[in-house]
Design a protein around this ligand. Structure first.
Ligand code: SF4
Length: 363
């Protein structure tokens, strides 16, 4: 198996599921590092890594989905439930601009009080106030699905309305592990993997951009991790075959097991690096692999040696912070760590984050 993968990396050939399994379970870390670095070099300069300064704006914590791994949500009528008013959202955006960032991601819950017009009104006002000086991920795929179902309209109609309101991105959040079985175990109200992928394909076919995401460290099996990757690679093949840009990037987070029903333990650093390398090797049709400073701190920057080429410098995300994430707001310290790993960190303005298909020569 080792020689087989070595050959494929050298020749630029696609990995099978069985080979991905081997990478997760049996390959040495030294091999993974070398292979992932070789594949990374097909897409990016070897000594450079891009980053963005961002914050997640958790616009509401009210949610009816009740995922057992979630530490963030409050049910409707809870005294702790909130919806952020627009002036608080503006203040949060102003703050990230002052810090030199230009990117925010919106992430909330399945709040039955917020219909489509709340989102279109909010996002159109943000676009009117800030123009192109910021970019934002408006909702996750899962939240977009909830709005469609709540308002009894199609995914296409939600995407069209959001696009008209100035939205350009619906990020691939809410995917966690994309198998139907995993979602039945932990988040039955958050839609099946099949439905999720239909929604994400609709987003991209509607002219909006999207990203791939995966969270490891629950109780998922290696087979489920590989199935997630296969479903994402197949989706990317389908949309790019029709000349669409496809998923801009693939971001790997790790589950934080505190203050929720599921509990458990955090994955160790080596598991994350194995996963990062495996994603870089297997997802040969996605250009950018993103490593998560938000959930992995320093270990995320080791991930730059295991196939990642891009990292986030987050200043806020209530969802992961409530589950145990500790955010380092010292931007210079994070950049210093990237340099110490041997990479020149390059700020990536999010206006540059246009999806581009992977060219034939890069595969
Ligand atoms: S993970 Fe998201 S969808 Fe699930 S309960 Fe938490 S806020 Fe709701």
């Amino acid at each position: 198996m080792r020689d087989q993968i070595e050959h494929k990396v050298t020749e630029g050939l696609r990995l099978t599921d069985e080979e991905a399994f081997y990478c997760y379970e049996d390959a040495s870390l030294a091999d993974l590092k070398r292979w992932a670095t070789a594949v990374r070099a097909r897409f990016h300069k070897p000594d450079e890594a891009t980053y963005l300064i961002m914050r997640i704006i958790n616009y509401t914590n009210v949610c009816v989905a009740k995922c057992d791994y979630c530490s963030f949500y409050r049910l409707p009528k809870s005294p702790d439930g909130y919806v952020l008013p627009l002036d608080r959202i503006f203040a949060k955006i102003d703050e990230i601009l002052e810090m030199g960032g230009d990117f925010v991601g919106f992430n909330g819950g399945f709040n039955p009080k917020l219909k489509l017009d709340w989102y279109t009104d909010t996002f159109s006002k943000i676009r009117a106030r800030y123009g192109d000086s910021i970019e934002f991920y408006a909702l996750t795929v899962a939240e977009m699905m909830y709005v469609a179902k709540l308002c009894r309209i199609s995914y296409e109609e939600v995407c069209r309305a959001l696009g008209d309101a100035g939205v350009r991105w619906i990020t691939g959040g809410g995917s966690e592990i994309l198998t139907n079985e995993f979602r039945e175990r932990h988040s039955p109200q958050k839609y099946s993997a099949d439905d999720y992928l239909v929604a994400q394909e609709t987003i991209m076919r509607s002219g909006l951009n999207s990203t791939g995401t995966m969270v490891i460290g629950f109780d998922e099996s290696v087979a489920e991790r590989v199935e997630h990757l296969r479903r994402i690679r197949d989706l990317q093949d389908r949309v790019t075959a029709d000349g669409l840009p496809g998923l801009f990037s693939f971001l790997s987070w790790t589950y934080k097991p505190y203050h929720n029903d599921l509990g458990g333990e955090e994955v160790d650093g080596e598991t994350y690096l194995r996963h990062m390398a495996t994603t870089r090797l297997y997802l040969d049709n996605i250009r950018h692999m993103r490593t998560s400073v938000l959930t992995q701190n320093d270990n995320a920057l080791h991930g730059l040696h295991y196939g990642a080429n891009d990292f986030d410098i987050p200043i806020e995300d209530e969802v992961t912070e409530m589950a145990g994430a500790v955010i380092n707001k010292n931007l210079e310290e994070i950049l210093h760590q990237a340099r110490a790993e041997g990479f020149k960190p390059i700020f990536r303005p999010t206006g540059s984050a246009k999806s581009t298909p992977v060219a034939a020569g890069e595969q």
